[in-house]
Design a protein around this ligand. Structure first.
Ligand SMILES: [Fe+2]
Length: 234
């Protein structure tokens, strides 16, 4: 049976962390309930607390997956502040960290974690957690190796897609044309029943069906690349 949990930084963990409260990042756990194993997705701010929260559920952390390299997801330095992330996670549990191959150099640079701890994946690869298979959907644009995680009809979108709007393309490695392709042609084509869970709590709802977002979130509407870039790039 699928084990899926959504943790809001600053509310469910990292409670006394002002930056976490301000940034409203979600971390996730995806695992196999019966096997008692799970991977953490974007374990920033207080990764040790996430390991403990899973342990309280009798779940053991066997890996991590990063949606992208930014410090509020992977750990590292952001706006002059040092955020805990995968480097600190590896001090608690010795596990592989799964990234898109095109994101690997960015993750190394930002987090300081070397490639011997990173597993570089090609688009469409699966991460297997017990009997649960997680598909890595490469969705470049916010960063070169941004990826969404598709598991049992749920899509974790990181900063590629929020319930309203999408990630920025003006940070290092951002590419508006690539994000247009990822959103309008790749993600909008998934089944409407797909449940979208984003990388930040910018919306009161913790999730929404993709079919609803395709009708309400203009970044997913059918449109030309030029129209899209004129409205959303930056
Ligand atoms: Fe980001």
């Amino acid at each position: 049976m699928l084990y899926l949990r959504q943790f809001l930084a600053g509310r469910d963990f990292a409670l006394d962390d002002d930056l976490a409260v301000q940034m409203r990042n979600y971390a996730y756990a995806i695992g196999d309930r019966a096997a008692g194993v799970a991977v953490l997705v974007d374990p920033a701010y207080a990764p040790g607390e996430l390991v403990e929260l899973l342990a309280a559920d009798d779940m053991r952390v066997t890996g991590a997956v990063l949606t992208h390299y930014h410090a509020d997801h992977a750990g590292g330095t952001m706006a002059g502040q040092d955020l805990a992330g995968i480097a600190e996670l590896l001090g608690v549990v010795d596990v592989p960290v799964h990234v898109q191959s095109s994101e690997q150099p960015w993750v190394e640079r930002t987090s300081g974690v070397g490639r011997d701890h990173l597993v570089a994946h090609d688009p469409g690869d699966e991460v297997v957690v017990g009997a649960v298979r997680v598909e890595l959907v490469h969705t470049p644009g916010h960063t070169p190796g941004s990826q969404c995680l598709l598991v049992d009809g749920t899509l974790l979108t990181g900063d590629t897609l929020f319930l309203h709007g999408c990630g920025r393309t003006d940070l290092p490695g951002g590419d508006a044309a690539a994000l247009y392709e990822s959103l309008v042609h790749r993600l909008a084509a998934l089944p409407p029943s797909t449940v979208v869970m984003a990388g930040h709590a910018y919306d009161p709802s913790p999730s929404a069906p993709l079919g609803t977002l395709v009708a309400t979130n203009p970044v997913l509407f059918p449109q030309s690349r030029e129209q899209w870039a004129a409205r959303f790039a930056g």
